[in-house]
Design a protein around this ligand. Structure first.
Ligand code: GAL
Length: 994
């Protein structure tokens, strides 16, 4: 196989050297050698023989561990015009220990997301690992590989190979089962993630890494994965694994580049200084000229790191970013791109890294609460266009130039389809960050009508600051051709054999379009159409966009002119589930907050979707259909003068304010939760930490080794108890829980100090005095250290240890620790709760004993609320239950808000029906709002809410916990499914973990 790969690479060098750069017939069409169902060339990916613009978005099933919710999200993705999703797996999520692989419990069975993608009509790029990065603990490595016992990871070390092979066997088995050639949605698969590099800096091959890539590829092929394997380069400089660039072993089928032009983090310093290049076309011409220009990750938003601004940085990557940068992808001749993230979700339990805490909202188009708003709608405008612009899948490019515009500092990149001559002028200001408003005309070359400066009659094209527009020429819709349009194309549909073209403009701007061959009929049926001009055979309409929709009837087609405000709630559902959408399968709908589906049935048009307010539903259906149905209810429908069907959707009976009023959190019960600090505490069942060596490349400062991972505890809070007898005045401790983590110590139940955590350091070293504690005069003293864990670092730093790096007593008589014990998550790697999994919880007393689980009996606990708090340096646990009765037919987005008085130094964790869905550390910031999805939350039933509260000062701490209603929607999607299987309750088995 390796020989074959080498031969293939050599053949490519040959092809590249004989191929000229210009003649389109010379671009080779590739396939994997195992199937030609998916092919690719310089222009695009060809799926089932059809050139396709792959417009995809990233979603991680493990960040939304409720299979029922996947349908809601995938329907929203489809509705925004996407034709694909990309999915990372997560090795640690599936492999609690090195003997167990779980692909069946709860969300660990991710096959439903593939089935739903198929049903909804989305292609899938499977990005199975073994390594994924993704701002998740250890970048997705199985956590037991972080000890050092498997080598430095990500190379051909036999220990590491043996570790990943069973996992990738299963990933590839599932991938093969659901690949396109077997009737499934998976069209591309990625092995590894942003792995660098094929070559060392002196140009020689990095053989351990190259062999690793070959092994991964062979594993996929051995499991009959026949579709293309992709790679994603982390930046412009690595240039690895492309068959077109310095050919060599380890290359994969399609090369891709990841790019986050405005920084992947709200902390811009994480991206270094200097501005990021967006010259993708030049890059692909250099590194992968015979392959499509492909971005397996393009910025969908940015994550909000520990200490980042509350609520993230949505303005930086909001609607302007969407307008400018997603159009820029087209300008760079990109024909396959995946937005990272399209839906972020949450780092529940121990999924977080030290980079980000609970929220992985990512300011993505679909919010972590599942709500869609302006960013989603703006993304939909470009998504529907990419879907409708069939000629965009094959274009040659003339780089950005101001020569095509009549105003200085404005220009366009020109894309032209070499077969049809259709043109796409991607216009913007020269400075992509300019905030000025500019008006300009554009010099365009049309096949049908020659050179023109447009608009010819009307007011100029406008760009308001960071904004881009794609002006089309020779744009085909049905049997008709737009010579040009200065308003942007939204979509087109064919109904009753006639086209409907939808154009949009920001409200109040001017547009002009020209119809090839003109039209005798030119009726303005609704709204103000503007003025018609006859130019040769062509008919030109120049108009000012009204705040309402205008409908124009021509000979054999209609044109809808939509202001952006209405384009946001304009939908183009399809009648089939083919991800490659043809206009004959598209039916236009406008009005609602969301349209999920449309079906034609008898004389009925059945539409499903969501509304938050009263709306008018309008459908441009074939004339034989006379009534509208909304979420199963038939509506009083009338036909408009221009042939659409209209009906009113009344205001939903439930609104957010009413629901908010009905929600209270009361009846809290309380227990202290740190018995371990007591010297007498029985820890005889705990793991004894007595290792004198560690496989970890970082050696401890003192012995025994107190790295929790070496003892099988990889996530969440960990507790260490060190015993000593004799005189000591204090202790020097260095504890490493990851950045933003913290720790506290007690001597014989007396609180002696804390490291509250900082975002700039993974560990904290303190010299703790025993002055305010009582040592026993004879017998053992116990020093208890509780360490919070912010997750494992990513990439090669995943091996950075977590735990106590060094512990010495300050003693004039050389007193030393005689014994250490460790507690982590209940059962360690034994995976006692396969549904939530080892990733779910840590080793707090309350967690080990399952106080956070539904069904735990707290009847003997005292009544006290977290806002009453605790009054000394300790850890406590609070519980209550709260019933929700969301009526059938409604979807809700709910969150918890946690607050504490200014200056608080504490660590709190929120549990909902046994799932840790919030980590609140006010001294670090930023997160106070914690959305929880249905399925974790029972929207029609009882909920067990828990809160661990750890005061990191002797003064105690308090936290106020409130419900917050983010949104209420009358919805076709039901959040009230029975989720009991995802919420196993407390059992007496937990008692053994005291
Ligand atoms: C990429 C990486 C992703 C994610 C992203 C930033 O480099 O491939 O997994 O970490 O950066 O959010």
């Amino acid at each position: 196989m390796r020989l074959l790969v080498l031969l293939a690479s050599l053949l490519n060098v040959f092809l590249l050297s004989v191929r000229g750069q210009t003649n389109l017939t010379q671009w080779p069409v590739h396939n994997t050698g195992f199937t030609d169902a998916i092919q690719w060339d310089h222009y695009s990916i060809i799926i089932g023989g059809v050139r396709t613009f792959l417009w995809s978005g990233e979603i991680h099933y493990w960040r939304i561990p409720v299979p029922e919710v996947w349908r809601d999200l995938l329907e929203k993705i489809k509705a925004a015009g996407f034709n694909g999703i990309s999915v990372y797996a997560h090795w640690a999520f599936h492999a609690p220990n090195n003997k167990t692989l779980d692909f069946t419990s709860g969300a660990r069975n991710f096959e439903p997301i593939l089935d739903i993608a198929k049903e909804v009509g989305l292609f899938v790029t499977m990005r199975g690992g073994p390594y994924v990065n993704a701002e998740t603990t250890a970048g997705g490595f199985a956590l037991w590989t972080t000890t050092g016992a498997y080598g430095p990871l990500r190379n051909n070390d036999p220990r590491y190979t043996a570790a990943w092979t069973p996992f990738m066997d299963e990933i590839n088995r599932i991938t093969a089962k659901h690949q396109l050639t077997n009737g499934g949605p998976i069209v591309l698969t990625q092995i590894e993630n942003e792995i660098c590099c094929q070559r060392n800096s002196d140009g020689s091959l990095d053989t351990p890494v190259v062999d690793y890539m070959i092994d991964l590829q062979e594993n996929a092929r051995a499991h009959d994965v026949v579709i293309p394997i992709i790679t994603n380069a982390p930046n412009f400089n690595t240039r690895s694994w492309s068959t077109d660039y310095l050919p060599g072993p380890g290359e994969q089928d399609i090369y891709g580049l990841d790019s986050y032009p405005l920084c992947w983090s709200c902390n811009l310093a994480e991206c270094g200084s200097g501005s990021a290049s967006t010259a993708y076309a030049d890059h692909f011409d250099l590194v992968s000229p015979t392959q499509p220009s492909f971005l397996p990750e393009f910025q969908g938003g940015s994550y909000n790191p520990w200490g980042g601004p509350q609520g993230g940085c949505p303005d930086n990557i909001g609607t302007n970013f969407v307008s400018m940068y997603y159009r820029h992808l087209a300008a760079e001749r990109v024909t396959a791109a995946n937005l990272y993230m399209l839906f972020g979700g949450q780092n529940w339990g121990g999924l977080a890294t030290n980079l980000v805490s609970t929220s992985y909202d990512y300011s993505a188009p679909i919010q972590e609460s599942r709500i869609i708003a302006d960013k989603f709608y703006e993304t939909k405008l470009i998504g529907l266009f990419f879907r409708a612009a069939q000629d965009l899948v094959m274009t040659d490019r003339t780089p950005f130039s101001t020569a095509v515009a009549t105003t200085p500092n404005v220009g366009a990149t020109v894309l032209r389809n070499p077969e049809t001559q259709a043109g796409f002028y991607v216009a913007r200001q020269s400075d992509m960050k300019a905030t000025t408003t500019v008006d300009f005309k554009l010099n365009i070359a049309t096949k049908t009508t020659g050179n023109l400066t447009v608009p010819v009659f009307g007011n100029a094209i406008r760009l308001v600051g960071v904004q881009s527009k794609i002006i089309v020429s020779d744009f085909r819709f049905g049997n008709n051709t737009l010579v040009y349009s200065t308003a942007e194309v939204l979509s087109h549909s064919v109904v009753d054999g006639q086209s409907i073209l939808a154009l949009w403009l920001p409200d109040g701007e001017f547009g002009e379009f020209s119809i090839l061959g003109g039209s005798k009929k030119r009726e303005v049926i609704s709204g103000t159409g503007g003025g018609f001009h006859q130019v040769g055979d062509n008919l030109v309409l120049s108009y000012k966009q009204q705040t309402t929709q205008s409908v124009l009837q021509f000979d054999n087609f209609r044109v809808l002119l939509l202001p952006r405000s209405l384009a946001y709630t304009f939908w183009a559902p399809t009648l089939t589930n083919d991800p490659i959408v043809t206009p004959e399968t598209v039916v236009f709908v406008n009005g609602p907050y969301l349209v999920r589906s449309l079906a034609l049935n008898g004389s009925l048009v059945a539409v499903t979707g969501d509304i938050a307010n009263a709306a008018t539903l309008e459908v441009f259906a074939p004339t034989t259909y006379t009534s509208l149905q909304w979420n199963g209810k038939t509506l009083a429908t009338h036909k408009t003068s221009y042939g659409s069907l209209k009906a009113s959707l009344p205001k939903p009976g439930l609104d957010a304010a009413t629901l908010q009023k009905s929600l209270t959190l009361s009846g809290w019960k309380f227990s202290v939760a740190l018995p371990e600090a007591d010297a007498e505490y029985d820890d005889s069942k705990w793991v004894i930490a007595d290792h004198l060596t560690t496989p970890n490349p970082t050696q401890p400062l003192t012995l025994p080794v107190l790295y929790a991972d070496d003892y099988g505890f990889h996530t969440g809070v960990q507790i260490f108890r060190g015993r000593f007898a004799g005189e000591a005045t204090g202790a020097n401790l260095t504890v490493q829980g990851g950045t933003a983590s913290g720790w506290s110590a007690w001597l014989n139940s007396d609180y002696i100090g804390s490291f509250p955590g900082i975002v700039s350091a993974a560990s904290g070293a303190l010299a703790l005095s025993f002055e305010n504690a009582t040592l026993v005069s004879s017998g053992e003293n116990v020093l208890t250290v509780v360490m919070d864990h912010s997750g494992h670092d990513q990439r090669d730093a995943a091996l950075n240890p977590r735990g106590i790096l060094g512990a010495t007593l300050l003693s004039t008589s050389n007193t030393t620790f005689t014994k250490w014990t460790i507690a982590g998550n209940a059962g360690g790697e034994s995976n006692i709760d396969p549904i939530r999994g080892v990733i779910a919880e840590g080793g707090l007393h309350a967690e080990r004993l399952g106080w956070h689980l539904p069904g735990f009996d707290d009847s003997l606990w005292a009544t006290r609320s977290p806002s009453d708090g605790i009054d000394n340096g300790t850890i406590a646990f609070f519980r209550t239950t709260s019933r929700l009765d969301v009526p059938i037919g409604y979807d809700v987005s709910l969150e918890f808000i946690l607050n504490s008085p200014p200056g608080s130094v504490l660590r709190a964790q929120l549990y909902v029906n046994g799932y840790q869905y919030g980590k609140f550390v006010p001294q670090i910031g930023h997160q106070i709002a914690f959305p929880v999805p249905p399925g974790i939350l029972n929207v029609r039933g009882e909920n067990t809410i828990g809160l661990s509260l750890w005061s990191q000062t002797a003064e105690g701490a308090q936290v106020d916990v409130q419900w917050n209603v983010l949104g209420v929607y009358e919805s076709a999607w039901d959040p009230g499914f029975d989720a009991s299987a995802l919420q196993p309750g407390w059992t007496a088995e937990r008692l053994q973990f005291a």
